[in-house]
Ligand binder design. Sequence first.
Ligand code: 4AD
Ligand code: MG
Length: 436
Amino acid sequence: MAIIVRISEVAGKVGRQVRTRGWIHRKRESGGIAFIVLRDSSSTVQIAIKKDSVDDRSWREAAESAVESSAYVTGTVKRESRAPTGYEIEADSFRKVGGSEPFPITEYKSTELLLDKRHLWLRSRRMTGIMEIRSFAFRYCREFLDRQGFYEITPPLITKAGGETGANLFEVDYFGNTAYLTESSQLYAEAMVFPLEKVYSLAPSYRAEKSRTVKHLAEYWHLEPEMAYYDNAKSMKLQERLVSRLATRLAERHGNVLEELGVDTATLRKIRPPFGRMSYEKAVEELNQRGVHKKWGDDLGVEDERALTADEKKPVFIYNWPKEMKPFYMPVNPKDDRTVLCADLQAPQGHGEIIGGSERIWELDELMERIAETENEKGVKFNLNNYAWWIDLRRYGPVPHAGFGMGMERALKWLLNLEHIRDAIPFPRMINRMEP
Ligand code: 4AD
Ligand code: MG
């Protein structure tokens, strides 16, 4: 019996007998012929099953099988201009594997229905394409960093303290004590630069953000590299190379899937270094010039981000933000003590921030001063006990270091031009959804 071929390989086998398998994507019957569009992870192909040319069992099982049933098919490949992909398999045999009840996703697809039936909607061609690209995006990020001599590390996700603002932590009952789901693995990555120097984690981060926006998930996958002896400028160079590699690799190797998703691969191929760099101060000036009234110290909202990146095809760094707006671990800029040494990478077309990064305060005295100052500025009480181990790192051979965090779903939302971040992850967690 012929070996199984993937459906994407069928086109290369005209005139030959093949055996394939998949799920029934669509089906119709006319005058003793059943036309089935069969789908596997790679593609779809039309199957023609003629009552007179197959055995009784094949005809019966094909006739009985509803949409989404799974099946094996053996037959001869033909060119067929009327078939959706231009090819057809004329079946010799059809065998049902698992039958299907009437599929609940039909022509009428409300957003809520598609989210409620997410476990089934993931089979759609669109979601299959996105999930395929997602898998390769993870792979290319890892590949890039691995080749730069990084080690992948695996941080804990249950923590005693927040790593960022701490305002959006999910609380967990940890054997009677309070713990939190991590909002960033940075503090652990910092500990691991001592043994390994250049590390990254690719792990979930949790944010109990009450905001319902198209850019926020409660659980997202966070790529967090951390590098000994890097300053912010060197970290930014690494960031643009990483993002460029990701965009161009996807465009070079996955053109068909990207086109099916409506993505312009020519734009992705042009995502090459250097990216634009603009200080926060310059960004505020620029906004005022465009008629958006902003003063120094104001945060930038979605519309501001959109205005700043409107003419850009590539992402843009906005660096050296006011220190009141950024976390306690960022060092003060020696050239302007109102700001800290950090950068956010803004994706074009209003897709928003895809990376946040900074140098880290690495000397003990400076860190303790900054923590005390942060308490005064923000009125937050720092529970130093929760950070004792992390502060401790500054006692034993500290070195300058820097790092950044890229939200994988934010990056995918931009690269695939998705309307909503929830489609960049198979099972989105959002303020009003934790099922399926
Ligand atoms: O800017 P953030 O909060 O920075 C950190 O967590 C640093 N500790 C990272 C580091 O230096 N190791 O988050 C980093 C990135 C953002 O730029 C954004 O891409 C993503 O994480 N992000 C979210 N993605 C989806 N949903 C959310 N609610 C997100 N919050 C942040
Ligand atoms: Mg940020």
